[in-house]
Design a protein around this ligand. Structure first.
Ligand code: APR
Length: 172
């Protein structure tokens, strides 16, 4: 059963087999963590993304990590929060489930996630944290049994606190 850790940091520095990118459906880069990952990986990442022809919300596609310490990047567009009546919860769960499953299928034993959709996409943080952790725990026990360590890499204290509270509630 995978260990789930909540850490504060910059995911572009994560020394893991795969990092997950909170992308958009074009897969052609953007701001936030997407921009940071592309800057750190170098231009070869965009070149590898172009032929992928984008990615639907909640789906996941894998590329090499290039200049990143991580061997792979798993790109997943999370949902934009539109008030909660547009299947946002399911789509966010799909992003976590499909990303972890895809990483496991490529032999990754350690995987780092950012807090998908809680930045530019305005998904409520506490709700996102609960969905993320519940989905990761379920997936680690079913379609990603080979994954040993899952890290949620939080970029600020508020995000880290929300995920720590959600993790504690999961284990309670
Ligand atoms: N390491 C870890 N987390 C980071 C980093 C980083 N280097 N940079 C930003 N973050 C955090 C943000 O603080 C936020 O908590 O990632 C989380 C997700 O925020 P966004 O990057 O804005 O992603 P998201 O809300 O999913 O919106 C995706 O933004 O950047 C564009 O191209 C992207 O259109 C897409 C949209």
């Amino acid at each position: 059963m995978a260990k789930i850790e909540i850490v504060l940091g910059d995911i572009t520095k994560s020394q893991v087999d795969a990092i997950v990118n909170a992308a958009n459906t074009s897969l052609l880069g953007g701001g936030g963590v997407d921009g940071a990952i592309h800057r750190a990986a170098g231009p070869a990442l965009l070149a590898a993304c172009r032929p992928l022809n984008g990615c639907a919300t909640g789906e996941a596609k894998l590329t090499p990590g290039f200049r990143l310490p991580a061997k792979y990047v798993v790109h997943t567009p999370g949902p934009i929060w539109r008030g909660g009546q547009h299947h946002e919860r399911t789509l966010l769960a799909n992003s976590y489930r499909n990303s972890l499953t895809l990483a496991a299928a490529h032999g990754c034993q350690t995987v780092a996630f950012p807090s998908i959709s809680t930045g530019v996409y305005h998904f409520p943080l506490e709700l996102a944290a609960e969905i993320a952790l519940r989905t990761l725990q379920e997936t680690a026990a079913t379609t990603a049994k080979s994954v040993q360590l899952i890290q949620i890499v939080c970029f600020d204290d508020q995000t880290k606190k929300a995920y720590e509270i959600a993790l504690a509630a999961l284990s309670a």
